[in-house]
Design a protein around this ligand. Sequence first.
Ligand code: NAI
Ligand code: MG
Length: 501
Amino acid sequence: MSDVFGLTSQIKIMSKKDTKQNETVSWELSPAPESKGHISLKPKYDLFINGKWVKPSGGKYFDSINPATEEKLAEIAYASEADVDKAVKAAREAYTNVWSKLSGRERGKYIFRIARLIQERAREFAVIETLDGGKAIRESRDVDVPLAANHFFYYAGWADKLEYAFPNRKVESLGVAGQIIPWNFPLLMAAWKIAPALACGNTVVLKPAETTSLTALKLAEIIEESGLPAGVVNIVTGYGDTGAAIVNHPDVNKVAFTGSTNVGKIIQRAVAGTNKKLTLELGGKSANIIFEDAPIDQAVEGIVNGIFFNQGHVCCAGSRLFVQEGVADEVIQKLKDRMDHLYIGDPMDKNTDIGAINSKEQFDTIRKYIKIGKAEGNEIYESNCPVPSKGYFCRPTLILDVAQSSTLVQEEIFGPVLTVQTFRTVDEVIQKANNTPYGLAAGVWTDKGSKIFNLTTKLRAGVVWANTYNRFDPVSPFGGYKESGFGREGGKHGLEAYLKI
Ligand code: NAI
Ligand code: MG
């Protein structure tokens, strides 16, 4: 099991009481920067189609920048509709002539090889993920990259066992899968999409998000090195129109999307009335619920993990806190203390808890929501940890005692902003937690097993964590209810999305 928000933070003793002055003084940690010396980045990346690197037909490229420094990292090819068509054709040919003819055992060997190659180059992947996306190196090193390798290992194991996954049923691959992924877990989302597709015998055209294409392109290098037959995986880079070209291509059999609810709805409309199979993993506004009998310190750490680390760029982030009245003051005070001692800054520093917001657009979105919170008259607490002056950094923020009807409670912010509400009874909190258009995840903190089981059955959320938060494992399925999307990724359930059963 991996914790999306490395447990290492808990080991740091963050403050000491200076008895003379009776005030809290932070320990200063010496900088511990990860090096960039071992990574190899080209100045310019082309499209990976049919096993070759090809120039975009329109000749256009865009910059990928480091959001922590605003420096350019590389130029990325901007794929046109014609390039997408070329990629889909390559995927179709590879499907018909090679991949659909291989046994599951043979497919599995390639997928295992990709998993091992990711492990071998884990450090390089972690550094590039952090440079391109802004997340703290601790996260990419301990969570993103190992989990990505694990997903390939896990699904490699299923490739020759599909008939055991669905006993007495006939299973068949779908064909060409078009996959579009977001910027919050770039390599991990690519793994979530590619690994089950290949295990089930499909070929792939994948588009990473425009702000974080680099690790998907590095993955293409690994795919080349693995000897995977040409055209089985194609990586096309670009903006939303490139994604739309994949969705609308008539020869794509399956569309898998993770991203915003708005784009999810556009895709759902585009696919309606076609034979394309669709899975959507969209936004969330997940509730973290603390009862009076909960282990409070552990719960506070869980809340911090759930929303503040990874800059709140997690679709299942615990962005709404519900705390039972009797412990509300204690929880909020402990939360504020913990927030004041988080380290925000250089994502490449191994001490950093909170890195950079992924892009200027997302940074502006988060600031906009905090402004709305202020205009609504909510009590707002911004942590007073120091923040670098350059780059897109956002302080962890609490919106206290906020009304259920507030925009901040209703809409996904996708940043380190936590709304705090109190409750008295179990029924009240179930009602409040479920009162959202989303239903991706929830967390419950209590000493009582009976309360946990009561809530897991009544909360409308795809995942409910008990006395922990944001734990992931390739074996367990993930996905949402309502506007959080449909279909499950991960585990045996994740196979169904890529099979005719
Ligand atoms: P987005 O949904 O626009 O982007 C996700 C992916 O979809 C990117 O690869 C993008 O290029 C592609 N895309 C955009 N328009 C498309 C279209 N019409 N057809 C096909 N593909 C298209 O997300 P964005 O704008 O980066 O973030 C906006 C908000 O979405 C965030 O503030 C957050 O609330 C939410 N979000 C949710 C994520 C999740 O994991 N559920 C991940 C990223 C963002
Ligand atoms: Mg970038």
